[in-house]
Write a protein that binds this ligand. Structure first.
Ligand SMILES: Cc1cc2nc3c(=O)[nH]c(=O)nc-3n(C[C@H](O)[C@H](O)[C@H](O)COP(=O)(O)O)c2cc1C
Length: 186
């Protein structure tokens, strides 16, 4: 499963996650790409209602996403660097997974199957951008949903829309990351 967290259509994040999922698909996986900008997702309200049964009381596009996040063997999150962190689209999705955190930490359940892995793709315009904040949030998130942080692809100094197309070696690395994440599962 790939989650694309840039508001910019056909931008660098979109291109990289699409390459990674192409690799995963050609490596033998069933793939799903979710573009967060196309979904309607409310903010977490911090109501803690999810502590009772591990379910979020907000009825929006997260309902489908919870199921996908639960079923995925591999989750790749892709976000541009925005003010030295994840995009707000990505952070909002992560915050709404508080109910999965509650399932695990409050109710003692496992999230998903055994051996789940994940990766972060991030692209920033500066050289070097601050990737550390995003890495830290994604590691914390993956830990909460029983996903092992297995790989990362951090791309500096790519700013213009679609500029990543000028870097064929990076595109190949994204494809290869997709292949290896699924072949490692076997
Ligand atoms: C609101 C905003 C904040 C940004 N903040 C940073 C930043 O802190 N560091 C950085 O290196 N690039 C920053 N950038 C540049 C983007 O990371 C860069 O343009 C990236 O290629 C965008 O990816 P996309 O094409 O997938 O949207 C920012 C861009 C925007 C629009």
């Amino acid at each position: 499963m790939g989650v694309a967290g840039s508001p910019r259509c056909h931008g660098n994040t979109d291109i990289l996650i699409e390459r990674a999922l192409k690799g995963a698909y050609e490596g033998g996986a069933d793939v799903e790409l979710v573009r967060l900008r196309d979904l309607s997702i409310e903010h977490c309200q911090g109501c803690n209602c999810c502590f009772d049964a591990g379910e979020c009381r907000i009825d929006d596009d997260m309902s489908h996403l919870y199921q996908s996040l639960d079923e995925a063997d591999v989750i790749i999150l892709a976000s541009p660097v925005y003010f030295s962190g994840l995009s707000s689209l990505m952070k909002q999705m992560i915050d709404r997974c508080q109910c999965l955190w509650a399932r695990k930490e409050v109710l003692g359940a496992r999230i998903g199957g055994l051996g789940r892995t994940g990766a972060l793709i991030s692209v920033g315009g500066q050289n070097p951008p601050a990737f550390n904040n995003s890495i830290s949030v994604v590691k914390s998130y993956f830990n909460s949903i029983d996903v092992e942080y297995r790989a990362e692809m951090l791309v500096p100094a790519v700013d213009e829309k679609g500029e990543i197309m000028n870097h064929p070696a990076i595109l190949t690395k994204a494809y290869d990351m997709g292949v290896s994440l699924v072949t490692e599962l076997r």
